[in-house]
Design a protein around this ligand. Structure first.
Ligand SMILES: [Fe+2]
Ligand SMILES: [Fe+2]
Length: 308
């Protein structure tokens, strides 16, 4: 190779490196609305921790526990069911709440019976693989189920049916697409003409913000994050609030209650769902190893102590 050819080869190599670096840079500065998952990121497994399909309510080995939780949920979640909206139960940091959840298993979940701290870290680590630069998404995943502290004695030791499971609107008819719909027949609202029509007390397109949902960990954590002035974006708050609203985000029920803003935000809930559902695994994450990273995010987006 003569000197001229060598120079040409060096210039071409430098050009290739420049092009590669500039494409990576575009990812770093992308706005929340444009973010795309990394190509070789989180791989969706074919089966859940028990070797079965995800959310298969007929085949789940946890069937009787799951069905009973839904039976009680559908009978007791009424328009008048007491709401725990006051944040006067405790003062603690986000990480203290995570540790409080360590001993709880979600009995509405057909896919996992690992302690909740593992579910939080597994979903956060999975979304981090696909969106390495979007730290707000990592934290969204980490805190999305923190409302499950409602199980704890400090928070009234609420029963499983009042904390977990899919959520649905109250104040209007229970859509037939809701899992275990048959149990609503024993719910007092089922025969109440004020609440058992398609729109009930609502109007077409009124917006989800004006719709009362069945009570559980979703609404509670949304309240906690909002009232404590989190710096996380509105996409996080919406995702936390509606991540269990499977009748809508998976099956398309109740779309007539949404407004334009809800339709936009729902895209985030659907993106997030993949990591909430498919990251569940019996392979545990080493808590101490990842804790410093998540503590730095908590510091960035939350006050040190929060009202719960
Ligand atoms: Fe959840
Ligand atoms: Fe979850």
């Amino acid at each position: 190779m003569d000197a001229k050819t060598s120079i040409r080869v060096i210039i071409i190599r430098m050009l290739i490196i420049f092009l590669f670096l500039s494409s990576s840079y575009t990812m770093v500065v992308a706005k929340p609305n444009d973010v795309v998952p990394r190509a070789n990121g989180f791989a969706v497994p074919k089966s859940n921790a028990f070797g079965q399909s995800f959310r298969d309510y007929e085949a789940s080995v946890r069937l009787s526990i799951v069905e009973n939780t839904y039976r009680l949920n559908h009978i007791n979640q009424t328009y008048d069911f007491l709401k725990y909206a006051k944040l006067n139960k405790a003062e603690m940091s986000i990480w203290e709440a995570i540790e409080l959840l360590d001993s709880f298993v979600d009995e509405s979940d057909p896919d996992l019976d690992e302690p909740q701290i593992q579910h939080l870290l597994q979903s956060a680590e999975a979304i981090r693989k696909d969106y390495p630069n979007e730290d707000w998404l990592h934290l969204t995943a980490l805190i999305h189920d923190l409302g499950k502290v409602l199980f704890h004695s400090k928070f009234g030791s609420l029963p499983q049916w009042a904390v977990v499971g899919d959520t649905q609107p109250v104040g209007c008819a229970f859509d037939e697409l809701i899992v275990y719909h048959k149990y609503f027949k024993e719910n007092p609202d089922y025969n109440n003409p004020a609440y058992n029509t398609k729109l009930g007390i609502y109007s077409e397109g009124c917006g989800l913000e004006n719709v009362l949902m069945s009570w559980g960990h979703d609404d509670y954590m949304y309240l906690v994050a909002k009232a404590n002035g989190t710096a996380l974006p509105s996409a996080t708050l919406f995702t936390i609030r509606y991540h269990s609203f499977y009748p809508l985000h998976k099956k398309g029920a109740y779309q007539y209650l949404m407004n334009e803003e809800d339709r936009e935000n729902m895209k985030w809930v659907q993106k997030f769902n993949k990591y909430d559902l498919y990251s569940k695994s019996s392979v545990r994450i080493d808590v101490e190893k990842v804790k410093p990273y998540y503590e730095s995010l908590i510091k960035k987006y939350f006050p040190e102590k929060l009202r719960w």
